[in-house]
Design a protein around this ligand. Structure first.
Ligand code: 9MR
Length: 354
């Protein structure tokens, strides 16, 4: 008890005392990028959360409410209520939106996994889904869509096992289909391929995503951007994110950091908080150093709500505001990146906005 009280006081003292004079979204706009946050429907009932969302962010990603299991829970039965709530919240604060996500092996409606498909039947089901969902939100319209998510596996850069891979026989085939359909039904959105653990060099997964994107672009598949999710660990942010982002943009696409959070093993110490601040700064500087890096979305706002403890029970505290909505050194790190000149080491080899 005594220990936890002391820890709490120490953590409070560690929290950032510097809130930017200007909100992050204004600082980011001046640098030519957007700053977004993922928003769960439940977050909208939390006044403190919404206050920070409105003040600091100009881009919103629905954390869960545009995923297949939500939008088409049974065949040809569509549900847009939860997605609409996020869209309304975004429009109310004049934020742009990132649709997330049309084709993903996870949070897929169970009926898609349970059926036995022929290629023709699954093609029909994918078109029905993309037509309904992307078509529906094309009226908003959404700024960006994560058309496909996490199609490369974690082992050796092999294609991710999924009902889509099994049925189509190759990752190229169903990713091409998804992008062509997304282009047809959401022509106003920039269309992204999105993945995690691909932000560093010499990672098989990053190379595989690069090669896939290159092959598909060569075939004329309408890929506008590559999303680097950015689920990272304190003290282990790859040193060469700029180079990786730059390499993708040389294929002729935009890039964005789409789901940034930087976690560590709990409890958080002052050292970890400080390091986390430097890590957030580094990721923002990496994006700023790349001309075609369009912006950064944080996968949430506060440590009060995060997917991490559910998946990594001993880890967390990955976001920029703590559980009591105190900005952490991570906030100052972002402000530093957005307001001060980058040391030379951050900018190479990008010729971006620093
Ligand atoms: O944050 C999301 C969490 O609420 C869901 O339970 C989880 C289910 O897989 O998905 C989380 O978001 C994921 C995102 O959609 C894709 N990239 C990884 C994210 C964190 O798991």
């Amino acid at each position: 008890m005594k220990f936890s009280l002391i820890s709490a006081v120490a953590l409070l003292a560690a929290a950032s005392t510097v809130e930017a004079a200007a909100p992050l979204k204004d600082l980011a706009s001046k640098k030519g990028i957007y700053i977004g946050a993922a928003l769960g429907n439940g977050n909208l009932a939390d006044a403190e959360f919404v206050k920070i969302l409105k003040r600091e962010f100009n881009h919103i990603t629905p954390e869960n409410s545009m995923k297949w299991e939500v939008t088409e829970p049974s065949p040809a039965t569509f549900s847009f209520g939860l997605g609409d709530e996020i869209v309304e919240a975004a429009l109310a604060q004049k934020a742009k939106l990132r649709g997330h996500t049309l084709v993903w092996h996870s949070q897929l409606a169970p009926w898609v996994n349970q059926a036995t498909w022929t290629k023709a039947n699954l093609t029909y089901a994918i078109e029905r889904h993309i037509k309904a969902v992307a078509g529906y939100y094309n009226n908003v319209p959404l700024d960006h869509w994560d058309v496909v998510n996490e199609v490369i596996s974690d082992s050796n850069g092999l294609p991710r096992d999924s009902v889509f891979l099994k049925t189509f026989g190759s990752v190229d085939a169903y990713v091409e289909l998804a992008f062509r359909l997304a282009k047809k039904y959401a022509p106003k959105s920039k269309l992204y391929i999105n993945d995690y653990n691909m932000e560093g060099e010499a990672i098989a997964k990053s190379d595989a995503l690069y090669e896939l994107t290159k092959r598909l672009l060569k075939k004329g598949v309408p890929i506008d951007g590559v999303g680097a999710q950015g689920h990272m660990l304190v003290g282990q942010v790859p040193s060469n994110i700029t180079a990786v982002l730059e390499k993708f943009t040389k294929l002729g696409v935009d890039v964005a950091i789409t789901e940034l959070d930087i976690r560590a093993t709990l409890p958080f110490t002052q050292d970890k908080l400080d390091q986390q601040g430097k890590d957030y700064e580094a990721v923002f500087r990496a994006c700023l150093a790349v001309k075609r890096c369009k912006g950064i979305t944080l996968w949430g706002i506060t440590d009060k709500y995060s997917w991490i403890p559910g998946v990594f029970p001993t880890e967390g505290a990955a976001l920029v505001w703590d559980e009591n909505y105190q900005p952490k050194p991570a906030y100052d790190g972002i402000v530093r990146a957005l307001t001060t000149k980058a040391p030379a080491s951050y900018t190479k080899p990008g010729k971006g906005k620093n």
